[in-house]
Design a binder for this molecule. Structure first.
Ligand code: SF4
Length: 391
């Protein structure tokens, strides 16, 4: 929204526009206004921009340095403002009509000569919900290809599949950001919120002020780890080993929430059998930390009434990130820390709309609205909306 001419200009400044917008970078999507002014300096008129945070539920009006400077992309002299087509080895600027005609004729040729699966469509977490939906529909209905996916495949699909398997739904956060200050223990595994989502850090500072014990699990000594009460600087790839070792302590030392487990989970006996094979000294050696640190972390999380576990790409982008995330979800379930205030699990999204991209159908295995492409009823429903055969 542009409110041209609004605002009271200072001497020598003319406010030409005030734009309501939001930072495009990380999942917090901090809202802001960008004021566009012109000023005269040494006889030269130049445009100056000033970004200011706007109050909103997530970042509460805060902006980090990335957001404060995000507008520079829009105004950069080298920004692409029209399509480029490679002609005789060189990228040449062309009109949109020519670009769209070229795409349409290339797609038509491929479809008629090689069939729909010769075309692959790849989206990303920077797309709006509506665009993500349209991209999925375009791939599956207009083109008819089975090859559609998005950047989350390399990003947080491990958390998505773990959430689907364990909870029956892939939801980035099972709790509100407002639950963070209510948690008495917070586990941050493979996430560096202080640098990646800086405007969320006050939630964690508030939690600490309220008495929370913060555990950071990260091979790197990050600014987030510097704010922790306990930094478990494990060897890369050992997160599942650590989570299972913590789980063993929780179960063996009486911190498991037996009532929650009995009423709300299944497979606990298999988990107990699995944990019998876990040797704390071996786990500690694999992780490169002391047994006592594992015990301290397990006690801290297991002994308090409320707690939240967050994972991010450090856990999810491992060879078997799916199982690594599930090990952390077991910590949440075994202690019954979900579905209550100050409790839950969160996969900290990186890109602006990583979650929306999944929910709206640009992921290989998901149709819009979290429907599974492998589920007959889900396929039939979406096909009926789109007016096509489920097959
Ligand atoms: S926290 Fe994320 S969305 Fe907010 S200003 Fe920084 S990079 Fe942008």
């Amino acid at each position: 929204m542009c409110k041209s001419g609004e605002g009271k200009p200072e001497a020598g400044l003319h406010v030409s526009a005030v734009m309501d917008t939001q930072c495009p970078f990380c999942s917090v999507q901090c809202k802001m206004t960008v004021n566009t002014d012109t000023e005269t300096l040494a006889g030269i008129i130049r445009t100056v921009y000033k970004a200011e945070g706007k109050p909103n539920a997530a970042s509460q009006g805060r902006l980090c340095i990335k957001g404060m400077n995000a507008h520079q992309h829009a105004t950069h002299a080298e920004r692409l403002v029209q399509p480029l087509i490679r002609k005789e080895g060189k990228l040449v600027p062309v009109k949109w009509e020519e670009a769209l005609d070229t795409i349409a004729s290339s797609f038509s040729t491929l479809l008629s000569t090689q069939g729909p699966d010769a075309i692959g469509i790849y989206g990303g977490g920077s797309l709006s919900n509506e665009t993500a939906y349209l991209l999925g529909k375009f791939a599956r209905v207009a083109v008819g290809t089975r090859y559609i996916d998005y950047n989350g495949r390399f990003c947080m699909s491990a958390a998505a599949s773990a959430g689907s398997k364990v909870f029956g739904v892939d939801r980035g956060l099972t709790c509100r950001l407002a639950d963070i200050p209510l948690a008495r223990c917070i586990v941050l595994a493979g996430t560096n919120i202080a640098e990646c989502q800086p405007t969320l850090m006050p939630y964690f500072h508030q939690a600490k002020e309220n008495g929370a014990f913060v555990i950071v699990i990260d091979p790197r000594a990050t600014p987030t780890a510097a704010a922790a009460d306990l930094h478990l600087q494990i060897k890369p790839g050992m997160d599942a080993v650590l989570a299972n070792a913590m789980l063993k302590v929780i179960v063996d030392e009486g911190f498991a929430n037996e009532e929650f487990i009995r009423k709300r989970t299944n497979g606990y006996d298999q988990l107990l059998t699995h944990l019998k094979g876990v040797d704390l000294r071996e786990s500690a050696a694999l992780c490169g930390i002391e047994v006592e640190m594992i015990r301290q972390a397990a006690h801290a999380f297991g002994s308090v009434e409320t707690g939240i576990v967050f994972t991010a790409r450090g856990v999810e982008q491992q060879t078997d990130g799916h199982m690594a995330v599930r090990a952390f979800l077991n910590l949440v379930l075994a202690t019954g820390k979900i579905g209550r205030e100050g409790c839950g699990y969160g996969a900290v999204t990186g890109q602006g709309n990583g979650q929306g991209g999944r929910e709206h159908g640009q992921k290989a295995d998901q149709l819009p609205g979290y429907r599974s492409i492998a589920n007959e009823e889900d396929r039939a429903y979406v096909a009926s909306v789109w007016g096509v055969e489920p097959s």
